[in-house]
Design a protein around this ligand. Structure first.
Ligand SMILES: [Zn+2]
Length: 293
């Protein structure tokens, strides 16, 4: 009888779920017990606390991951559980305020957090990552969860193939990796109060292998192997001696060839909606597909 009541309560509480995001920390244990009667899915946003140029807050990647995850929750009714504010950001340490956690530490911490959720009955674990430095942690975590627990884990943000972005031709130039036109536009849409647009300045970029960063695209088209190697050089700690730490190649921490001053909330909205729609579609399919066990 009690079980039936809980199921009914769950149906009432969560029937309206697409209208409001469900955030684990804002729920009670009774809410979670009722939720688990109708769903075993959870979204874990992954971000960072690191320099984001002179105009974006240190928590940009976290706010973007959490903000987009909450929009996915509004659409699908899946709980969002933010478990970490920091990520692996060693290559941004040249700028004050950056916090970095070793990849092994972060993997172990998140694995223990997720193990708690699995013990309560969550079986479908989705990581919504929005920080490139976390990709390796995410990949290892997913492998560990899938190979050692009854749960199934997937990447639905960056570092995976489920999230869809707007077509690249929206961007004027291809290099827009960090705190540039794309990320600034997204935060202008999600949290305009945290963006200091009056401080946004385009960076001076200095790469060891070319004096003409503006011609990177041409250079890579002519020599694709160069693009692959460059990928490995950009975003590595200063101690490696390769000149790939943020403060070594960017004058203000921004990694873009675009005009960051052209960032706008409309582009941000377009990008967020494309990601939310593609992930929501995947979640609805997974709900239908069911569980491995
Ligand atoms: Zn980042």
């Amino acid at each position: 009888m009690r079980g039936v009541c809980i199921v009914l309560l769950g149906a009432v509480v969560f029937a309206e779920q697409p209208r409001r995001p469900l955030v684990l920390q804002e729920m009670t244990w009774e809410d979670v017990r009722a939720y688990l009667k109708i769903s075993d899915m959870v979204i874990i946003p992954l971000g960072s606390t690191e320099q984001q140029g002179p105009h974006l807050p240190l928590g940009n990647d976290f706010y973007e991951a959490f903000g987009i995850a909450k929009k996915i929750s509004e659409k699908t009714g899946v709980i969002v559980a933010p478990l970490a504010f920091a990520g692996y950001s060693e290559y941004h340490m040249g700028f004050p305020g950056t916090v970095s956690v070793k990849t092994e530490t972060l993997e172990q911490y998140l694995f223990e957090c997720v193990s708690s959720l699995i013990r309560h009955g969550f079986k479908k674990i989705m990581f919504f990552n929005y920080h490139g430095g976390n990709n390796i942690v995410q990949a290892k975590l997913i492998h560990r969860i899938n190979h050692t627990t009854p749960a199934t884990a997937v990447a639905i943000g960056i570092g995976g193939t489920i999230r869809k972005d707007v077509p690249p031709d929206t961007y004027e130039k291809f290099f827009d990796w960090h705190a540039g036109l794309g990320e600034t536009s997204i935060l202008l849409y999600l949290h305009p109060e945290l963006v200091r647009m009056e401080r946004a300045e385009n960076p001076k970029l200095t790469f060891r292998f070319t004096k003409e960063p503006e011609k990177l695209k041409e250079l890579f088209e002519k020599n694709p192997a160069m693009a692959r190697i460059w990928d490995e050089w950009i975003g590595v700690p200063e101690a490696t001696g390769k000149g790939g730490a943020s403060h070594e190649f960017s004058s203000n921490g921004i990694w873009t060839l675009n005009d960051v001053k052209k960032s706008n909330a409309e582009l941000g909205k377009k990008r967020v909606e494309a990601m939310v729609d593609s992930v929501a579609e995947f979640i609805e399919e997974w709900k239908k597909a069911g569980s491995a066990r």
